[in-house]
Design a protein around this ligand. Structure first.
Ligand code: HGY
Ligand code: MN
Ligand code: MN
Length: 392
């Protein structure tokens, strides 16, 4: 039977620990062919869409389809469950339905979205944003990775035509319901399986601080314009200003040129900020930005701020959640999450729900991410029962 163990050695990151699997890179391409093989082995009709997402159909594609699935890419040094658990559980749920002699009354498919984490091209949920028009093909295709390769070039190398990318009304119109199974990223679940109720509003901002590169030993302190200082102020402001449930994180700082004995000439800093709604999120970001600007002026540096991605608060479809509870039991708990998902992007366009599998430590986006085998098995049964209920 297909299991996470099948891909346990694909994309291990010896330097960071965990896994580094990013949109259209060599590792993710290997995962995509693994998924395609597993789907075809089950007689599913595998049809990549024009945006780089892969759809595996049980029966002919058609209207009112019931879709499940998730992503195979990871954050740098990420865990084994975030994304792949949803894909493996979908394959296992199809196996379970077949073993029950189930024949779908509606089209049923598994979808694998590309670049959900934005770990290579910087914008999360790129495949689902392209499909829904939340990002234009033009904007997506010019996103670049650390080596300057564009998403368009990477997609083309993987066999997709950048000129055909963009909102896919036909695909959207075919979706009657989308249910994504995902490892919980927090410790809210007391039972093996729950529902998601909402996702925080969240965005990503890039700050480029520019000063004067110089020698670490020969340059007097009073003669410096060191962009590291406002960068540090931004990091501290992120923690200070993230109040009343908001979250602000700096996990990525890239000094240029990045020498131990060199005062940086510029520093790029990325801020991830999230809160209950857009006003609160933007209020936190504006306070952080004000602190960063003040520190930049004090150090004689310039700063440029770019909003790289934005997603408003997501509330999952109450009717679909009720139908899932009809299948799983009225006492199935529902909990909010601070983590974004492709389901969060689709929720604005089609009835969408999420199933969470308990994560005993709550840790995610780290090698320690974990879910007990029994809870993962309960997730498969819950997903199969949900799909059977929705697609009969
Ligand atoms: O950033 C997120 O919350 C998601 O894992 N992409
Ligand atoms: Mn993630
Ligand atoms: Mn995920």
């Amino acid at each position: 039977m297909t299991d996470l163990a099948d891909i346990a050695d694909v994309g291990r990151d010896a330097r960071r620990g965990g896994y580094s699997r990013h949109g259209f890179d060599r590792v993710e391409l290997e995962l995509r062919s693994w998924f395609t093989q597993e789907a075809r082995r089950r007689g599913l009709d595998v049809r990549p869409d024009r945006n780089g997402n892969i759809w595996a159909w049980w029966g002919a594609p058609g209207p009112d389809a019931v879709i499940t699935g998730s992503h195979l890419d990871s954050v740098p040094g990420g865990g084994a469950f975030d994304g792949p658990l949803g894909v493996v559980s979908a394959l296992q749920a199809f196996d379970l339905l077949r073993s029950r002699g189930f024949t779908p009354g509606k089209p049923l498919a598994i979808v694998v979205f590309v670049e959900e984490e934005g770990g290579r091209f910087g914008v999360a949920c790129l495949g689902s944003r392209l499909m829904t028009g939340a990002i234009t093909a033009e904007a997506a295709c010019k996103l670049t990775d650390a080596d300057g390769v564009t998403f368009g070039e990477a997609a083309h190398a993987a066999g997709f035509d950048p000129l055909r990318m963009g909102r896919d009304d036909r695909a959207l119109a075919s979706v009657g319901a989308f249910v994504e199974l995902h490892v919980e990223q927090g410790r809210g679940l007391e039972v093996p399986v729950g529902l998601a109720s909402s996702i925080l509003a969240h965005g990503r901002w890039r700050y480029t601080f520019t000063g004067e590169g110089n020698h670490a030993g020969a340059t007097l302190i009073e003669d410096r314009r060191d962009p590291m200082l406002p960068a540090a102020a931004l990091v501290l402001a992120a923690r200070r200003e993230a109040t009343s449930g908001a979250r602000a994180t700096v996990g990525r700082i890239v000094p240029n040129p990045g020498g131990t004995n060199v005062i940086a000439s510029s520093v790029d800093v990325w801020l991830d900020a999230r809160a209950d709604d857009e006003p609160r999120t933007r209020e936190v970001v504006s306070r952080i930005t004000a602190a960063a600007r003040e520190a930049a002026v004090a150090e004689g540096c310039e700063v440029r701020v770019t909003e790289e991605s934005w997603g408003g608060t997501v509330r999952f479809d109450p009717d679909l959640m009720a139908r899932v509870r009809d299948a799983l039991g009225a006492d199935t708990p529902a909990l909010p999450t601070g983590a974004g998902h492709d389901a969060g992007i689709l929720a604005a366009h089609v009835p969408t729900a999420m199933l969470f599998v308990r994560n005993p430590t709550g840790i995610s986006h780290a090698p320690e991410e974990f879910a007990e085998a029994d809870d993962c098995a309960a997730g498969v049964v819950a997903l199969a029962t949900t799909l059977e209920h929705l697609a009969r």
